[in-house]
Design a protein around this ligand. Structure first.
Ligand SMILES: Cc1ncc(COP(=O)(O)O)c(C=O)c1O
Length: 439
């Protein structure tokens, strides 16, 4: 890890003594303050931020409109509990999310506190509505760290190891991962093969009339920014409709402009029955949502959904300001521009560096998969770590992803200034050159 300054060193010691090992850290830095795409640590070091607090700062750190809305709301009401005395910002946010999410049908919205909790609630709602218990999730997926969240998650280490037994009636199907498609299969064939495996799963492990819902990330987030082949998600939606199974899109990482659309479902032309949202929804306030067909959302009886803090008014005010920003400012246009710039640079990296096996993504949700050997596509885990470390040394915060931590992903603010974007990409290119050499 980077040699840290004295303030950071002191904080690290306090952290080690007071906080368990479980919460992981991408860096050993402590943030003092941040604005836009820049973050300053406890020793005054400045960094360009390509992580956005894991995809939470799509509007940049401390976006003005959102900060002002938070300040205004704090002076009015910080908490009354929606279950005790209701307040308008919850209802206004539900109305806004019902309006802006894909699907030309009546919708309702439940607000909760974390991505895991949103996915838990989507499953509860789907089970009550369908009267079925089975849930199908996917390999490589990430849906959170609660019992059901980690049960849904399709990756054992570090999320699930030693944490069982897991919740029953959850099955995993293969997620089409084009870079690792079986030899000789085109992406389209691979997508169809994965759908056939899912159908088979419903004959070997459960049955279609036992399955309440299929939950899927339209683009894998923690799994490595894997983009499914064209036709896979529409095919999945058709399969679900054929069997009366609800389709849940986990857009917690892909939502709010990360793919250059407000929601990734729009990119793939699907209209999920339920969508879970989080991360950039409220620019850092702990707020997440389940948005879905009104009749589905209304299935659970009063008292079965909610919680003390769900839909906190300050967080709702922040989310309303986030939505207003997307509606009033050309954020999506900017997102697509960033996506083009990063995709172009990453394609050039792939040409230049043998270690870059794959460069992929949708809009600004771009990634590099690093391999030790282009023929075997074996993961270059250590090199990915070394590249990240070198980036940090040079003032760029960047994150990994993927089953083997072999993928470098970009979660920069969609409002990043052109010079920070180019400078960050230059640092990344220099880091790859230093660690892995070039052709
Ligand atoms: C797609 C996806 N779903 C769920 C989660 C879990 O969200 P949280 O950490 O807020 O529980 C995440 C977090 O990274 C995520 O990326």
């Amino acid at each position: 890890m980077t040699a840290v300054g004295p303030n950071t060193e002191a904080l690290l010691t306090r952290r080690r003594n007071a906080v368990p090992r479980g919460p992981f850290h991408v860096t050993e830095l402590f943030a003092a303050r941040a604005r836009g795409s820049r973050l300053i640590d406890a020793d005054g070091q400045e960094y360009i931020d390509f992580t956005g607090g894991i995809g939470v700062q799509n509007l940049g750190h401390v976006p003005e409109r959102v900060a002002a809305a938070i300040h205004a709301q704090v002076d009015q009401l910080m908490h009354s509990c929606f279950h005790v005395v209701m307040y308008e910002p919850y209802v206004a946010l539900a109305e806004a999310l019902n309006r802006i999410t894909p699907g030309d049908f009546a919708k309702k919205t439940l607000l909760v506190n974390s991505g895991a909790e949103a996915n838990e609630n989507a499953v509860k709602i789907a089970r009550v509505y369908t009267g079925r218990t089975g849930i199908i999730a996917f390999d490589h997926s990430f849906h959170g760290r609660t019992l059901l969240g980690m049960t849904l998650t399709g990756k054992t280490v570090p999320y699930k190891q030693g944490m069982g037994p897991f919740a029953p009636e959850v099955y995993h199907a293969p997620y089409p991962y084009p870079y690792h498609a079986p030899k000789g299969m085109t992406p389209a064939e691979y997508g169809r093969w994965c759908l056939e495996r899912l159908e088979l799963l419903m004959q070997t492990e459960t049955s279609p009339d036992n399955v309440a819902a299929v939950i899927i990330e339209p683009v894998l987030g923690e799994g490595g920014f894997v983009v499914p082949p064209d036709g896979f998600l529409p095919g999945l939606q058709a399969l679900c409709r054929r069997h009366g199974i609800l389709l849940i899109a986990d857009e917690i990482q892909t939502g709010f402009g990360r793919t250059g659309h407000l929601f990734a479902s729009e990119h793939f032309g699907i209209t999920p029955d339920l969508i879970t949202l989080g991360k950039s929804l409220a620019a850092g306030m702990p707020l997440t949502a389940v948005v879905g067909r009104a009749e589905v959302m209304d299935a659970p009886s009063p008292g079965s959904l909610g919680g003390t803090y769900g839909g906190n008014p300050v967080a709702c005010a922040a989310a309303l300001a986030v939505i207003e920003t997307f509606e009033k400012e050309p954020v999506l246009e900017q997102a697509r521009h960033i996506g083009d710039v990063v995709a172009r640079r990453f394609a050039a990296f792939r040409e230049r560096f043998p270690i870059v096996g794959d460069a992929r993504g949708v809009g600004p949700m771009q990634a590099l998969e690093l391999v030790t050997d282009r023929a075997t596509r074996a993961p270059a885990t250590a090199q990915a770590g070394a590249i990240m470390h070198e980036c940090l040394e040079q003032g760029l915060l960047v994150m990994k992803a993927g089953m083997h931590n072999q993928v470098i992903r970009t979660l920069m603010p969609l409002t990043i200034r052109e010079e920070d974007l180019e400078r960050g990409l230059d640092i990344l290119e220099a880091a790859i050159t230093k660690v892995a050499g070039q052709t």
